[in-house]
Write a protein that binds this ligand. Structure first.
Ligand code: ADP
Length: 253
């Protein structure tokens, strides 16, 4: 068995105002997994992501990174693409490298590679106001990829997009993950998106935030669009919905 990338043991997070955001979270993540965290608003999904990113510390338990240090290069993608409106696509993607003191000239090729990866060739000089919501999200993903991360932390990245765009970006992300072998920790409250993308879906419940199911999505064939309409896909969605309904007493959106 491979060395885990990250091991969370009995993690608690109580915010200073007394909110118990997480209680006794145990989660071991192996390199190359695509893990989604699903659950209703307020169950602590974003808190898990922030703790993994080192943005705040747990109030109990331990977080270990047993893997070599070069496998811990993290990048964060949020729902809001947060692009600089006065800067074009190239300059927006350059930002994280600029912050490390790398000039545009020295990293031009890396930026172009990231642009090609997210299919934005031809839009290098466009400004955010000239791009659709889906294209802005592609810029945001390219800005994360340009740092060559091994681990992608994604907090509802496609939550604000229309269904068609979300579906297209889901497929593109899946293909990229299959090619690049990243480890992805993905927050969503869309069960269908979670099942389509993930190798494992972690189902959470609120008050206090906790894990209520850990569902491996075992798909043998390469995962293509046809998976979305298969009986296997429906089976996983129903299984996860049943857990959520039992915990909440209602379905989730
Ligand atoms: P989710 O991502 O599943 O919607 P969050 O991780 O954002 O959940 O929040 C979990 C719980 O912690 C919620 O009850 C939320 O109101 C609370 N919370 C989140 N951040 C803070 C904070 N900085 N201070 C106090 N409470 C917080």
């Amino acid at each position: 068995m491979s060395v885990p990338l990250l091991d969370l043991q009995s993690i608690d997070k109580v915010y200073p105002n007394g909110t118990v955001a997480l209680q006794d979270i145990n989660l071991t993540i192996s390199p190359g997994e695509f893990i989604s965290l699903v659950g209703p608003s307020g169950c602590g999904k974003s808190t898990v992501l922030r703790l993994v990113a080192g943005l705040g510390a747990p109030t109990g338990g331990t977080m270990d990174w047993p893997c070599p240090i070069n496998q811990r290069n993290l990048a964060f993608v949020f729902q809001d693409p947060a692009l600089m409106p006065w800067a074009n696509v190239v300059d927006n993607i350059h930002l994280p490298l600029k912050l490390k003191g790398q000039s545009l000239r020295s990293v031009r090729a890396k930026i172009q590679e990231a642009i090609n990866t997210v299919d934005l060739c031809g839009f290098e000089k466009s400004y955010p106001r000239q791009l659709s919501g889906g294209m802005k999200m592609r810029v945001s993903i390219a800005r994360a990829l340009v740092t060559k991360p091994q681990v992608l932390l994604m907090d509802e990245p496609f939550g604000a997009l229309d269904e068609m765009t979300r579906s297209r970006l889901n497929s593109d992300l899946l293909h990229l993950w299959q090619k690049r072998h990243w480890t992805v920790l993905f927050v969503t409250h869309n069960i269908y998106e979670a099942v389509y993308l993930s190798t494992r879906v972690i189902v959470m419940a609120a008050h206090p935030g906790r894990v209520v199911a850990d569902v491996p999505i075992e798909v043998t064939a390469p995962r293509e669009n046809s998976f979305r309409t298969s009986s296997q896909f429906n089976h996983y969605c129903r299984e996860i919905m049943a857990v959520l309904s039992k915990e909440e007493g209602v379905g989730v959106g």
